[in-house]
Design a protein around this ligand. Structure first.
Ligand SMILES: NC(=O)c1ccc[n+]([C@@H]2O[C@H](COP(=O)([O-])OP(=O)(O)OC[C@H]3O[C@@H](n4cnc5c(N)ncnc54)[C@H](O)[C@@H]3O)[C@@H](O)[C@H]2O)c1
Length: 364
């Protein structure tokens, strides 16, 4: 079993991230170790519930737990005020109290919703993350950010609520559709760009070999999750270092918003990373060879191949709504070298416009 310790200041706030194929079948032992017992609430989406709900409930019951399985819609449709309220009412109706653990076997979307509910229900419940998508394993499940969306934008209501445990079972990825694997891979590549050129080297093997080799996949998830944990431990509330995790996200969010969220997050980030690599050459000293290597790696994973026709002005307008903006300036993460990010808020508007037209091929 691979383990990462995420150390945070304060009582009961540090936690373990465990990674092991088959870990989902050992959930009761993990709960015992946290001294959680009795009634536990599993929150999942319709698809993950269909695939793994019955098995998870059975594993828990066999060990004397009394699990209740609560199902919410898939994807962004789960991250609404209405669903959060319904979930809270259902928890109440089923007798949840302040000691009831919420356990979320699911992707990033339901993880954000469940974390949000766990943070506000009776002022806070213990929360256990069981990510089932690659994106959630290496990113969303780690770091305690929770969120729901508003019609005006994504993730506008949220809290910081750290989980008690993150249990990662790479075997969940066997049923994950290829498009979702690509999505997660964009974040794995991002972690390599901002922190670890060796991880990029491992990724050169290509997606087919990586997903067929359980040990290699586990090692890659471990490294990518460790990078996220390391950054969160240094900067829990995104005051400084944590902003490097937004590499590719500034223009990526612009694309997501302009596409009205039809463009998947990983795809949007992949395009955003292509643009950020180009800007890094122009402004931060990244060599053209390193940028070309990075762009090739992204494309080798089947990412950033074709972009739907979008209004470039809508992409630019969306940057002004990005809540990560500092005062009037748009914040970009660029690279000095692979693995060495730098935060810049002085990227000239003309270069941003150029990136939108040249990298994304969107004409004004
Ligand atoms: N909190 C954070 O720090 C953070 C970080 C990054 C992203 N996010 C959020 O994460 C969300 C995206 O998460 P995601 O990419 O995991 O998508 P998702 O949660 O929407 O899941 C994608 C789809 O895959 C299905 N699925 C999940 N696991 C499966 C499995 N093992 N087998 C088959 N199907 C499976 C789901 O039912 C869903 O239809 C976004 O809402 C984003 O804002 C949060």
């Amino acid at each position: 079993m691979r383990e990462i310790s995420l150390a945070l200041p304060g009582r009961d706030r540090s936690y373990q991230i465990l990674i092991d194929p088959g870990l989902r079948l050992r959930l009761p032992g993990l709960l015992d170790a946290l001294r959680l017992s009795g009634r536990v609430f599993l929150v999942t989406d319709t698809r993950v519930g269909e695939l793994y709900g019955e098995q998870t409930v059975a594993v828990l019951k066999d060990s004397g737990y009394t699990p209740a399985l609560l199902t919410v819609p898939r994807g962004e449709r789960a991250k609404t005020w209405g669903v959060a309220q319904r979930l809270a009412k259902e928890l109440l109706a089923r007798g949840a109290d302040r000691s009831s653990p919420l356990i979320a076997p699911r992707g990033g979307a339901v993880g954000d919703l469940t974390g949000f509910a766990a943070s506000i229900f009776m002022r806070g419940l213990p929360f256990i993350q069981i990510p089932t998508t690659l994106l959630a394993m290496v990113d969303a499940a780690i770091g305690g950010k929770t969120a729901i969306n508003l019609p005006e934008g994504k993730n506008l209501l949220g809290t910081f609520h750290q989980p008690r445990l993150v249990a990662i079972d790479p075997q969940f990825l066997q049923t994950l559709p290829a498009s979702q694997r690509r999505n997660g891979m964009a974040e794995v590549i991002k972690h390599g760009f901002i922190r670890d050129p060796d991880l990029l080297g491992r990724l050169e093997k290509g997606r087919d070999r990586i997903f067929k080799d359980e040990a290699e996949l586990t090692a890659i998830i471990h490294r990518a999750a460790a990078i996220k944990a390391e950054v969160v431990a240094a900067d829990e509330r995104e005051g400084g270092l944590r902003r490097i995790l937004n590499f590719g996200h500034t223009l990526g969010h612009g694309l997501e918003q302009a596409s009205k969220f039809r463009l998947p997050h990983g795809e949007a980030v992949a395009w955003g990373m292509l643009a950020a690599l180009g800007l890094s050459v122009k402004l931060a000293g990244l060599s053209p060879e390193e940028a070309a290597y990075g762009k090739q790696l992204i494309r080798n994973f089947g990412l950033a191949r074709r972009l739907p026709a979008l209004d470039p002005l809508a992409v630019l307008a969306a940057l002004a709504l990005d809540k990560k903006r500092l005062a009037d300036r748009v914040v970009f993460v660029l690279l000095k070298r692979l693995g060495e990010p730098v935060i810049r808020d002085d990227v000239p508007r003309s270069l941003i416009e150029q990136a939108v037209s040249e990298t994304f091929g969107l004409s004004y």
